[in-house]
Design a protein around this ligand. Sequence first.
Ligand SMILES: [Zn+2]
Length: 241
Amino acid sequence: MLAFAPIPLLFSLPGLLLGFWAQFRVRSAWNTFSAVSSELGVSGAQVARYILDSSGLAHVTVEETRGFLSDHYDPAGKTLRLSKGVYRGKSIAAIGVAAHEVGHALQDSESYRPLLLRSGMVPGVQIGSWLGPILFSIGLAVPSAWGQILALLGLVLFGMISLFALITLPVEFDASKRARQVLVSEGLVTGQQELSGVKKVLDAAALSYVAVAVQAFMALFHYLYVFLAQSRKSSKQEERL
Ligand SMILES: [Zn+2]
């Protein structure tokens, strides 16, 4: 079936290259700045706890979790989960990532609109990621008006996944901005050098979200291209009949 055919290089290469570049940047920024101890000598977990408490978010718990840079904030459980290197690390990189995750908790407490929108899209995106390809493939395989409607529904679901990746960008950029601001205002980073280290780590992470969005849109363009090519083919066949 066409929908499961590999996405041609023309559509997949830009996102893939950007993804590799982002991964390289994340790893190299982490390797560099996880080796630079913060002047205050506080861990990521301590920084997170301190900012949460001083922001009136004492009810948000901070936990250690498995995996490399698997750090995230869970809005439903009001829990901040930090990977080992961030939770225990006392480096510039660790406190930067910890403060970024606190940024998401701050967004949640302020009902930051893009975050609400993004959270609201999660169930739809979960369904769309498996139902989209199925509807699209069946739609293309059935040469009729119903087939076209099904394929279109599949395209809408693909579009929703792309939109989700797009809305993730302001959420991530804003969390990093909040992280830098609060680290400075609370005196948790000292000097321009520490701040620029934090910025490099967070910018690299932001680039990886940009890569995901580019990949999602290029996949959408590919499916749209397949859909239009198929519609043109079937309308030509109808003309011949
Ligand atoms: Zn984030």
